[in-house]
Design a protein around this ligand. Structure first.
Ligand SMILES: Cc1ncc(COP(=O)(O)O)c(C=O)c1O
Length: 391
């Protein structure tokens, strides 16, 4: 029996869905199985050297050893604003329209604390990144899930949200390129979402962490390019995936000044910003040479092409991922997500994530990541073939 009472906000969180897969993985490792891990959403490629050098120089500067400001160095916010202008053609005031974050997860998790009262509703994609739900739960809000299905190209049906839910709704979460389905939203959907947020007085939060991992030269757009979006929307961006900096904990939110000020008030009370040497490295990433990002994209694309080709040869009817490093794989007929993920692990030594780990609507899929090299991805397909897996 635990000695201490666990707060309801934690005990109410759904059970950890990957526990069973984790247990099987540990058992396979103990038995000496050569595991191919396609379960990790963390780039295997290192951070580019010029960014590491900037951190080292920043670390030697004593001016960076004191408390940073919670909203981030003006130089970092300016670099983020400049990067946004160059990449998306969106202009931002670094003083009021950019807020630095200790990784985008920090801002995503905290924003409900600024705007959600008990009983308020947050609209979130299903399947989706679990932090939209956890942040809402910590603010004692309620999540209303918006199912994303292949039939609707993984876009939510905003007009299908019941009126009584909409009356209590305060935040609408979107995430394109999307984890876990790898879907990208067309501009027409962003237009619809901005109009919808205006009409229903919603805060539109767009998680754009994967914007730079795209394929075939088709660059995902920023929702802030839509007219009037800055009145109702903020975008959460991250250096984690663009520059292989997941461990560094640096990201930023941009857009509506009033929304960012609310999030900023939570942050002044909770954290003391990002180590300045990391911000100096972040400036080097955003303003330095971008050929490393192009090179990473080529690597992701080679992996995507090899893996998708192999799966299609086994008959898998999967969509070609347009962005992100995820592959959303329909499970062969008659099996469920958890059962298929378990089979693939036990019979082939391949770790994937059951789609239901991202929400009920993830049933019928498993998610694989491209965070391992082409040879290993080809070997994964080979193991599936040898185990008789086909669609
Ligand atoms: C959709 C999505 N958003 C945000 C994040 C958080 O990234 P970070 O906190 O490293 O910026 C992740 C991480 O996996 C993610 O998948």
């Amino acid at each position: 029996m635990p000695r201490y009472h666990l707060a309801k906000r934690l005990s109410d969180l759904p059970p950890y869905l990957f526990a069973e897969i984790d247990r099987m993985k540990q058992e396979a490792i103990r038995n000496g199985v050569d595991i191919i891990n396609l379960g990790i959403g963390d780039p295997d490629l290192p951070t580019p050297p010029h960014i590491v050098e900037a951190l080292a120089a920043g670390g030697r500067d004593a001016a960076n050893h004191q408390y940073p400001s919670y909203e981030g160095m003006l130089a970092f916010r300016t670099a983020a604003a400049e990067w946004y202008r160059g990449r998306f053609g969106v202009s931002l005031d670094p003083n009021t329209e950019v807020l630095s974050l200790i990784g985008s997860k920090e801002g995503i998790g905290h924003i409900p604390l600024a705007f959600i009262d008990p009983g308020d509703v947050v609209l979130a994609p299903d399947p989706g990144y679990p932090v939209y739900q956890a942040g809402t739960a910590f603010a004692v809000g309620a999540v209303h899930y918006l199912p994303l299905t292949a039939g609707r190209k993984f876009l939510p049906d905003l007009d299908g949200i019941p009126a009584d839910v909409l009356r209590r709704a305060r935040i609408l979460w979107l995430n394109y390129p999307h984890n876990p389905t790898a879907a990208v939203a067309p501009r027409s959907f962003f237009e619809q979402a901005v109009a919808f947020a205006r009409r229903h007085n919603l805060i539109l939060c767009h998680d754009i962490a994967y914007s730079e991992i795209y394929f075939d030269g088709e660059r995902p757009e920023s929702l802030l390019t839509i007219d009037g979006a800055k009145d109702v929307a903020v975008e959460f961006h991250s250096l984690s995936k663009t520059y292989n900096m997941t461990g560094w904990r640096i990201g930023f939110a941009v857009g509506c000044a009033e929304i960012l000020a609310g999030l900023g008030r939570i942050k002044t009370n909770l954290d003391s910003g990002i180590f300045q040497a990391v911000q100096v490295a972040g400036i080097a990433a955003l303003t330095g040479p971008q050929d490393c990002v192009e090179e990473h994209r080529r690597i992701w694309q080679r992996r995507r092409d090899a893996f998708v080709k192999g799966l299609r040869e086994l008959g898998c009817p999967l969509e070609l991922p347009k962005a992100s490093f995820y592959v959303w794989i329909p499970v062969p007929g008659g099996q469920n997500a958890k059962g298929f993920a378990a089979k693939v692990l036990q019979e082939c030594g391949i770790v994937t994530t059951p789609g239901t780990g991202f929400g009920k609507a993830g049933e019928g899929y498993i998610r694989a990541t491209l965070t391992t090299d082409v040879k290993r991805l080809e070997e994964a397909v080979d193991r599936l073939r040898r185990a008789g897996v086909h669609w």
